[in-house]
Design a protein around this ligand. Structure first.
Ligand SMILES: Nc1ncnc2c1ncn2[C@@H]1O[C@H](COP(=O)(O)OP(=O)(O)OP(=O)(O)O)[C@@H](O)[C@H]1O
Length: 246
């Protein structure tokens, strides 16, 4: 589905946010992209969706180049950005249905899918409230629904569980699993590693812009009886504060 080869992004002032990254993302699987603050996760997603231009390297999305053809990238991908959706003057239901229609869904199907998502995430009671009155968690879940109401073949979610309560996080993880079960490739950025472990099939760990580990959670644990969070902390330098200084 997605093939990334030696991707490097150097921002102005020499910040090397992605450094020679190579990875593959498969259909029907959830890939978790993990890394400390500033490790380069969002930069990677932004290049795939055509928002940031790589300095060097190659991206192939279903065999095509999203850098040369960002319109194609946006039709083949769905993306939930890390920042909150700037919703004003609409209700969650309207926002989700508008995106579904813009992405080519038929009116009846989009209405049904929207109602199913609002119910599936337990936010029906706010479905018709003005967005200005929504809590942060409901706003985040609305943005998640906007990203997946008419999902592309590749779905990329940048920290979708932020602000969301534990009960609704479980509902969110279930929705993510059903996307993969329906054949979509899902790339998920999260710091919520303990919960993500139950949902993700494959993990890619970034550290200072480089891939330091990739594999299934079980592969990375390598037979040790520790959770993914412990494995991750070991791979990224643990509590050594020197590793946290950019
Ligand atoms: N537009 C930009 N111009 C310059 N530097 C940038 C820009 N965007 C990001 N960076 C820098 O690139 C590095 C990677 O940032 P990025 O947002 O990709 O990290 P991240 O892994 O998503 O972090 P977080 O978990 O905190 O969201 C950081 O050092 C950041 O300050």
């Amino acid at each position: 589905m997605l093939h990334i080869d030696s991707l490097t992004k150097v921002y102005r002032r020499g910040v090397r946010a992605n450094d020679d990254i190579s990875l593959d993302v498969d259909a029907g699987r959830v890939t978790g992209l993990l890394g400390h603050n500033g490790a380069g996760k969002t930069t990677l997603l932004h290049q795939v969706v055509g928002l940031v231009r790589p300095t060097s390297g190659r991206i192939r999305l279903l065999g095509r180049d999203p850098v040369a053809d960002p319109a194609y990238a946006r039709s083949a991908c769905s993306f939930q950005p890390q920042s909150q959706a700037p919703l004003t003057g609409v209700t969650p239901r309207q926002a989700i249905e508008i995106v579904g229609r813009i992405r080519g869904g038929r009116r009846g199907a989009v209405r049904k899918r929207t109602a199913g998502l609002l119910a599936g995430l337990g936010i029906e009671e706010w479905a018709d409230a003005p967005a200005e009155r929504l809590s942060g968690g409901v706003r985040r879940l609305t943005a998640f629904c906007m990203a997946i109401v008419e999902p592309g073949r590749l779905v990329m979610l940048d920290e979708p569980t932020n602000d969301v309560d534990p009960v609704r996080r479980r509902l969110l993880w279930a929705q993510i699993r059903s996307l993969a079960a329906a054949g979509h490739a899902v790339v998920l950025v999260t710091h919520n590693i303990a919960e993500a472990e139950r949902t993700i099939d494959r993990v890619v760990v970034l550290d200072h812009g480089r891939v330091v580990a990739a594999g299934s959670p079980a592969d990375l644990a390598a037979g040790r009886d520790t959770g993914l969070e412990e494995v991750y902390i070991g791979l990224t330098g643990g509590n050594d504060s020197a590793t946290l200084v950019p």
